[in-house]
Design a protein around this ligand. Structure first.
Ligand SMILES: [Zn+2]
Length: 265
C-alpha cells in the first residue's frame, strides 16, 4: 500500500490491534476524482463522544473572523481596504470615469485625488481652523493647532505646519511645512497602514520619520503605535517564541547524597 511505502503508516497485526489500549479505528472510503482514486479517512468520525481531529493539537487561528469583517463594513458609509484603493476610487470619481473603468488614472489624477482626500479630512477634523485661516485670520486660541503656528496653503487649500524652519535652505518645502492631520480620522489611519505596509512593517520610529516627511499627525507616535498594534503583519514580526514548560526531573537526577558513579554493581 502507498501509505506503507512512503512510511506514513506501518502494518499492525490483528492480535496487537485487539490487545492494545491505544488503538482507534478510522472509517475510510474510496473517492474517484479526475480519474484518480484516493483513500479518504474520516477523522472527524465520533465514537463515544470522541474523534481523532479533536485530540490533535490545532495551531492558532490566523484567519480573520467573519463577524469582525462584517461589523467593520458597517462602521462607515463606504468600505475601503487601503489608502491606495481610496485614492484610486477618488481619482475615478473625480473624473467621472465610470465609462472608462478599464483605463488606469494618470499620476496627475492620482495626485489631485490625494490632495482632495487630504482636504476633506482636514475639513472634517478642523472645520473652524480651516475657515479662519482661509479668511486670513489667526486660529482661535483654544485650537489644538495653536502650537504649530499653522499656515494656509492657498494653492492647495490645505493647513500646513508653520514651524520655525522657514530659513532652512536645504530642505524641501513639504518637509518644512508638512500637512496637518488628525490621528482619529479614518484617512490618517489608512495612510499610516499604507506606509507601514509599503515599508514592510518597520519599527514605529522609522514609520514616524517617513510620515513626517509629508504629514504632521497630531500625537503621531501614539497613533502609529496604535495602528501597528492592530496590524496582523506587525504582530507576526514582533511575536516572541513561547518557551515550552520543562518536564519534571527524572528520579535518577533526584537521588540526594548519591552522586553519579558512586554505586558500583
Ligand atoms: Zn504593520
Amino acid at each position: 500500500m502507498k501509505l506503507e511505502k512512503t512510511g506514513y503508516a506501518t502494518r499492525v497485526s490483528p492480535e496487537k490491534a485487539r490487545t492494545s489500549k491505544e488503538s482507534w479505528f478510522i472509517p475510510h472510503h474510496l473517492v474517484t476524482h479526475n480519474g484518480k482514486n484516493r483513500v479518504v479517512f474520516n477523522c472527524s468520525f465520533t465514537y463515544k463522544d470522541q474523534n481523532l481531529n479533536e485530540l490533535l493539537l490545532s495551531g492558532p487561528n490566523l484567519g480573520a473572523s467573519l463577524l469582525g469583517v462584517l461589523l467593520r463594513f458597517r462602521e462607515h458609509s463606504t468600505a475601503v481596504s487601503s489608502f491606495s484603493e481610496l485614492v484610486k476610487a477618488t481619482a475615478r470619481h473625480l473624473h467621472g470615469a465610470a465609462a472608462d473603468e478599464e483605463e488606469t488614472p494618470t499620476a496627475e489624477k492620482f495626485k489631485e485625488a490625494e490632495l482632495s482626500i487630504l482636504r476633506s479630512a482636514q475639513r472634517d477634523s478642523f472645520p473652524e481652523e480651516v475657515q479662519c485661516l482661509a479668511a486670513g485670520k489667526p486660529v482661535p486660541s483654544s485650537s489644538c493647532l495653536i502650537t504649530l503656528a499653522p499656515e494656509y496653503d492657498v494653492s492647495l487649500r490645505l493647513i500646513r505646519v508653520g514651524g520655525r524652519l522657514r530659513r532652512c535652505q536645504e530642505l524641501e518645502p513639504d518637509v518644512i511645512h508638512p500637512v496637518v492631520l488628525d490621528p482619529r480620522h479614518v484617512v490618517t489611519k489608512l495612510l499610516i497602514r499604507q506606509v507601514d505596509s509599503d515599508l514592510k512593517h518597520p519599527g514605529a520610529e522609522r514609520l514616524f520619520a517617513e510620515l513626517r516627511r509629508k504629514f504632521w499627525i497630531l500625537r503621531g507616535r501614539e497613533a502609529i503605535r496604535r495602528e501597528q498594534r492592530s496590524c496582523p503583519e506587525c504582530q507576526r514580526w514582533r511575536a516572541q517564541p513561547v518557551n515550552p514548560k520543562m518536564a519534571d526531573l527524572p528520579p535518577a537526577r533526584l537521588r540526594l547524597y548519591r552522586p553519579p558513579f558512586s554505586q558500583r554493581d
